[in-house]
Design a protein around this ligand. Sequence first.
Ligand code: FES
Length: 68
Amino acid sequence: MKIKVTALENGPYLVPTGGKYTYNGEEKEGKQVALCRCGHSKNKPFCDGAHKDAGFTAPAAEIEIEVE
Ligand code: FES
């Protein structure tokens, strides 16, 4: 199975979940998670939109990971 992580231009990493994921042992629902890569989120490891006010800049990228 391949997982595609998308780094948004000037924003977070988007990671698809397939509909459910576990965060610190707690089951959550959501088709993707947005992980902070700017370091300014007050809800790490998740993006809370703070990258906009912080003026974070980084190029977009796509990373494909093969998972067995
Ligand atoms: S990437 Fe959005 S708050 Fe850090």
